[in-house]
Design a protein around this ligand. Sequence first.
Ligand code: ADP
Length: 324
Amino acid sequence: IKKLAVLTSGGDSPGMNAAIRSVVRTCAYMDVEVMAIYRGYQGMIEGDFVLFNARSVNNIINKGGTILKSARCQEFRTPEGRKKAHEQLTRAGIDGFVVIGGDGSFRGASIFHKEFGTPVIGIPGTIDNDIFGTQYTLGFDTALNTVVEAIDKIRDTASSHSRLFFVEVMGRDVGHIALNAGVAAGAEEILIPEENLGLDRLLDSLKRSKKSGKSSSIVVVAEGDKTGKNVFELKEYVEKNLPVYDVRVSVLGHIQRGGVPTAFDRVLASRMGVRAVEGILEGKTNLMVGIMDNQIVFTPIDEAIKGHTKIDRELIRVSDIMTI
Ligand code: ADP
């Protein structure tokens, strides 16, 4: 392998730039040429490539988002689109690539690898932490800290006015952000997609906390929480069934995706980038780098995209105890 490429694809997340930097610098260190592919698979199909060197990634470790831009690309889902992409890689003399993205990006990479035999390694970049084979994905820790900071601020106003807040956080299929942020910010209840703790339980818990003299309450709700009610419906439900509360809603939205990556995400990105390049040069392919018990490990991409990492059930117990 003489020349590798790196791209970011799908939903962006903080730490992607640190991973790009790591891949580029590791290539430079190993004397392998490295091309940056802009705009994900769309840029691959269009040949939007730029030759990078170690200096091309100066001063990006601390930046959120991705300097290479990201994209969703319908054309890459078709055999014709992927054929075009392969022709572009061949023309540019690219022998393999590292893709930083989520499960969709990995699905595309795996299909591409099977069609053309191109060596490919994935780095999990998504705030949802929903990829099997790694305990942490890039951006999760940063998003979590953003959410906790936001809830702390909401709590100030909640307690000044003795209000109940439903705070919606990202997580359509998994409750990692909700559960961890809920525990870290001292939420009264945490509603997640994995488990329906029930609306009765919510009411009971709110009644109890009112009785025990708490002046404000925060309920953290993941987008895809299993009660099937969104934050606005939950507000209505509580107003109807427990009219003692002055209820407000806050949807945190895209602020969760941005911002300066935490030290944790930068270190993780640096470690994953090094192993990704080392792995591909060792002949490994169609694998994803992940972190398990603080060791960088490889998992077949086809396994990584099959499932989600399970939520830590101990956190539910801890949260229950903390909200006594
Ligand atoms: P993420 O990587 O964050 O999960 P997406 O699901 O949007 O984001 O996937 C990113 C891109 O990966 C898509 O826009 C598409 O180009 C490619 N992709 C996703 N799924 C497939 C698939 N089944 N076959 C081919 N390409 C895919």
